[in-house]
Design a protein around this ligand. Sequence first.
Ligand code: GLA
Length: 392
Amino acid sequence: MNLNALIDYFKDVFNQSENPTCYFAPGRVNIIGEHTDYNGGHVLPCAIHLGTYIMAKKTVGKSIRLFSINFKETGIIETEISHISNKYENGWANYPLGIIKTLIDKGYQIDSGIDILVAGDLPNGAGLSSSASIELATIFAINDIYHLNLNRLEMVKLSQTSENEFNGVMCGIMDQFACGMGKKNHAILLHAHKLDFSYVPLSLQNNCLIIINSNQRRGLINSGYNQRRLECIEALQAFKEILKINSLCDMTPDIFENHQHLIHSETLLKRTRHVVQENHRTLIAFEALRDGRLKTLGRLMNESHASLRDDFEVSTSELDLLTDLALNNGAIGSRMMGAGFGGCTINLVAQQIIVDFMDNVGKHYHDQTGYTADIYIVNSDDGARKLEFTME
Ligand code: GLA
């Protein structure tokens, strides 16, 4: 991204003469650990080089003005600081506005207006955490500009609160955590309730992580996601009658096997099986990555996909096809990534075959579905940050 061009754009759009300050927050991929975060389990994400850029500057008035280069046709969205609400017509801007409103509601002093220009290179709604990325970039900007003295973890938690309460998506904390706490060349093993975490070097030997965006139309993601959360809560209630647990991931696979009779619904049983086994897989995957056993990591990714498809039922026929094509074309591991109901797959692929891999998977996917997949290599990156720049 050319920062000088973004700064010029900012001055032009908002008719400002002074330079804004610049911030960046990455998106994330999740190597394994899907739908475990809100069940008190582990996840293994890493921040990536694609993300959201924010140029921002305080103004003298009391209004917030927002403009996104990715949604130019929407124009400037303007609202008074004291009147922020979630409006359908605000579209993308409901994410940064949610952050500001959440901060105000928590008592932080945001007493004068601000102009915010947003630009991003993450595909929207593809499962790479475009929303957490814009949330973290916004909160980093607001924290810096209004001198709020929040630390990283507080910003991560407030971003999740904002998405839960302002945007009505009952997401766990994985995405915000990865976008806020990411470390270049590392993945993060996170226990999503205790927030204990450790970095593990992302040593992929001669392999790389390839993202394949199915580009299928994504329907009902938020309602499907929230429904899965409710099913997990219901399952937890049943186990809690006998077991002393606070979340589904407090069960090991053995404990789960021995107490399956507590659940009478086949659907809830399947949901729980996925969650418990996925949490277990994530811990084994962490060790495999740490010890350089990448075939084991790949196998666990494949098992994760099967479980998300058959037990958690959040995959789609397009994502299933993409994982089949990936494995038939030499991937070591392939699985759907993120919430599901569309979006991306993540693939562990040997560098020496990537050109053929991309060509073949892309071609067969298009032949069989009519959709054109976007396929690209992702690199890890650091978490949200202020960008220093020198004017050309
Ligand atoms: C979305 C949510 C995360 C997590 C994943 C599924 O990305 O934002 O909190 O639950 O889905 O693993």
